[in-house]
Ligand binder design. Structure first.
Ligand code: AMP
Ligand code: MN
Ligand code: ZN
Length: 359
């Protein structure tokens, strides 16, 4: 894609958010909820802190009980003729950039039996990352939601649909989306069907959405836009179209995969041993139960996703004792600067430069 769509040299949208990220929070991540639609356990009770095995306090996943006790609707276990998607070329998506448009979208989503959801994310000029776009499709409509609006956290009202046990939520490879949704928008998914797990259960040779779109729709996904700078506004037409295509066909893809999963299952075997639907739903449930936590910097042990231990273990470069000290010091310095500037650690300094400096 053109360099213009990769630009990172634009004002930081997070500076206009009602809740500006600080990156120096202490204590557990507090879910961004002030109400809890479709609650079995009321909000205050669900948020009661607990301590993990290291005596560190956390808030629970606010929808833990609702997801654990969840029973998928019977239509997930029922074969049915796939419902055709509306033609792509002659339809478009509604761009949702006002609170009124969110309310209008919500009214329509309430009526759906199943919806498709996807997110686009920016992670270079932000310490924790920013959900930059949310795409939602029903059988009839596509919406592209601007999640860079100052009032973005008001989107938590969508829990009325996202946590509604009667509405199935179809996502592809939802692993990251689930934590992004709770971190930025206070959104939780009860009733997730992840088509990535369906690809696995069916033994497909590819696990990507592009593979599924080619197989079931003969649509060529323009995946080069995956790495565009999703903060660019106004959103360029080609990025808008790409974003829409990530959910437009997904319910039709789900229809086909659900049928094939049922067809290839043997429901008479004990313990769901040959039940492919059960396999997909169990993995989807576990994905939805993930919990976001503030990233902590572990200077001593270097543990965690952004820790120095992982980086060192992946690189064969041998450092002597002195170089190792410099390496750790620079690594910690980079983390501090990234938090202060609200940039990614990689934007502040590339990994290989830390090694070079240490040597
Ligand atoms: P997708 O669900 O494929 O649209 O991807 C969602 C987001 O994940 C994108 O907006 C990117 O921020 C990130 N992402 C996905 N694939 C890649 C990749 N190959 N390289 C970098 N970022 C990616
Ligand atoms: Mn995605
Ligand atoms: Zn996407």
């Amino acid at each position: 894609i053109s360099q213009a769509l990769r630009t990172q040299d634009i004002p930081k949208p997070q500076q206009n958010f009602v809740d500006i990220p600080t990156n120096f929070e202490s204590g557990p991540f507090k879910p961004l909820l002030d109400s809890k639609p479709h609650a079995i356990v009321p909000l205050t009770k669900a948020l009661e802190p607990f301590k993990d095995e290291n005596n560190v306090p956390h808030h629970r996943h606010p929808y833990q009980t609702e997801i654990e006790q969840y029973e998928y609707p019977s239509f997930v276990y029922t074969q049915a003729e796939p419902i055709p998607y509306l033609p792509y070329e002659t339809t478009t998506a509604i761009f949702v950039d006002t609170e009124d448009k969110v309310d209008e979208m919500l009214q329509e989503l309430r009526k759906a039996k199943e919806i498709a959801i996807d997110l686009e994310h920016h992670d270079s000029r932000s310490y924790i990352g920013i959900v930059s776009l949310m795409q939602i499709s029903t059988r009839e409509k596509d919406w592209v939601v601007d999640t860079l609006q100052p009032w973005r956290r008001k989107l938590s009202k969508l829990n009325e649909v996202f946590a509604d046990p009667r509405i199935l939520k179809v996502l592809h490879g939802a692993f990251m989306d689930i934590t992004w949704l709770q971190r930025d928008l206070g959104l939780y998914v009860v009733g997730l069907f992840d088509t990535h797990f369906a690809s696995r259960a069916l033994g497909y040779s590819g696990g990507s959405l592009a593979f599924l779109l080619k197989k079931f729709v003969n649509f060529d996904a323009q995946k080069q836009y995956q790495t565009a700078d999703w903060r660019i506004r106004p959103l360029p037409q080609e990025m808008f179209e790409y974003a829409r295509s990530d959910t437009h066909f997904l319910l039709y893809v789900y229809d086909n995969m659900r049928n094939e999963l049922i067809q290839k299952s043997d429901f008479s075997v004990a313990d769901h041993e040959k039940d492919k639907i059960h396999d997909v739903l169990t993995r989807s449930r576990d994905t939805a139960l993930q919990r976001y936590e503030h990233p902590v910097y572990d200077a001593a042990q270097g543990l965690g996703a952004g820790g120095w231990y992982k980086m060192l273990s992946r690189t064969p470069a041998l450092l002597n004792k002195q170089q190792f000290s410099v390496f750790r010091a620079v690594h910690q310095w980079r983390d501090q600067v990234a938090r202060q500037q609200d940039d990614s650690t990689h934007y502040v300094m590339a990994n290989h430069n830390i090694f070079t400096l240490a040597k």
